[in-house]
Design a protein around this ligand. Structure first.
Ligand code: COA
Length: 342
């Protein structure tokens, strides 16, 4: 057995305002039927005016710490590292994580952001787990939080149908590789050749150094749906399979695959590529949409709270997103009680 990072707390938070497909159809040229059949999404949540990514990150972080305390006592919430995955930071500078750590009362712990869009949570998990196994940290709070409603084009029916706001978080502690909850391995990758497929063109140094104002629409999130769909299926399937080979599991050994919740047709296509049965796939996008970096921890919270994910289950997490980026992680599910309400 060797030193490993072990999952010991889980929390999630959604903003108060739900937006139904019918409400979108009243504003845009779309319908409940189109959105449900093409994406599987029925509902998403959006932040209120003035509410930001850090507000959701703090709520999810508090709940994950409370979840860790329930099984491990007060010491379990004594984290010495915060890693926040987000592509919608409160401000371009500084990072959002130090403010989140401050509001959580965590003192002067190291805190930084990871920007890998929808793969952000898996990248952040790998970063924090590596810092624990290297002995740089003992306990880490890993948060995925995004508020894509703040960067969507209000008249873009495609992106507005898909994306929702939210935050999810886990607590990691130092432990042994043989324990339930130990992160057993990661597979991470990127392909910057596809950077234009998922992007916000304006607002960064490329545009700002021109001294010109952004071209109309360039401040909004833009996505090329079809190639993104194809790449999501290929990269999540291949990344999961590479990780399974490394860990020594087969797809049939898995109880649950918690894939990034972008489109139910993507989830089924990944399942088909890996030869999975539907019952092995966790699906919660019908209730929250694509919550970007929050997607995987929110799906974990929902599955664990609903009894779909139970201690001892063999689990693979797999994500895909802008960059392009992808990443997967494997673990045996531990005895954690998710906290999703204050
Ligand atoms: N309501 C009604 N029609 C819509 C629509 C909506 N909300 N969104 C798109 N359409 C239209 C398109 O304009 C297009 O119309 P046209 O044929 O007149 O041009 C038609 O539906 C088909 O568009 P297409 O893009 O081929 O649809 P699709 O079946 O590929 O579904 C996505 C579109 C975006 C749902 C799908 O491509 C997808 O899920 N892509 C991946 C998105 C994703 O995962 N993003 C995040 C990755 S991290």
């Amino acid at each position: 057995m060797s030193r490993a990072a072990v999952v010991c707390g889980l929390g999630g938070a959604l903003p108060a305002t739900a937006v139904t497909n019918e409400e979108l159809a009243a504003q845009l040229d779309t319908s409940d039927q189109w959105i449900r059949t093409r994406t599987g999404i029925g509902l998403r949540y959006v932040v209120a005016p003035g509410e930001s990514t850090s507000d959701l990150a703090v709520a999810a972080g508090e709940r994950a710490l409370e979840s860790a305390r329930r099984k491990g006592g007060a010491e379990a919430a004594d984290v010495d590292l915060v890693v926040l995955a987000t592509s919608t930071p409160d401000r371009p500078c500084p990072g959002t994580a130090p403010g989140v750590a401050h509001r959580l009362g965590l003192g002067t712990v190291p805190a930084f952001d990871v920007a890998a869009v929808c793969t952000g949570f898996v990248y952040a998990l790998a970063t924090a787990a590596s810092m624990i196994t290297a002995g740089v940290a003992e306990r880490a709070l890993v948060i995925g939080a995004d508020t894509f409603s703040t960067i969507l084009d209000p008249v873009d029916r495609t992106t507005r149908a898909i994306f929702g706001d939210g935050a999810g978080a886990v607590v990691l502690r130092a432990g042994e590789s043989g324990e339930p909850g130990a992160l057993l391995g990661f597979d991470l990758g990127s392909d910057g050749g596809g950077a234009d497929l998922i992007t916000v063109r304006a607002g960064g140094s490329r545009q700002r150094s021109t001294g010109e104002p952004p071209a109309p629409g360039d401040e909004f999130f833009a996505m090329e749906g079809r190639p993104v769909f194809t790449q999501a299926v290929i990269n999540m399937s291949e990344s999961s399979q590479r990780l399974l080979d490394r860990v020594g599991w087969t797809p049939g050994d898995l109880d649950k695959v918690v894939a990034h919740q972008a489109n139910v047709r993507i989830l089924h296509a990944v399942g088909e590529q890996l030869g999975l049965e539907d019952k092995q796939l966790v699906v919660n996008l019908d209730r929250v949409g694509n919550t970007v970096a929050a997607s995987i921890p929110l799906a974990l919270s929902d599955a664990a709270a609903g009894g779909d994910l139970v201690p001892g289950h063999r689990v693979v997490l797999t994500g895909f997103g802008g960059g392009l980026t992808w990443g997967s992680a494997a673990l045996v599910w531990p005895d954690v009680e998710p906290v999703t309400q204050s």
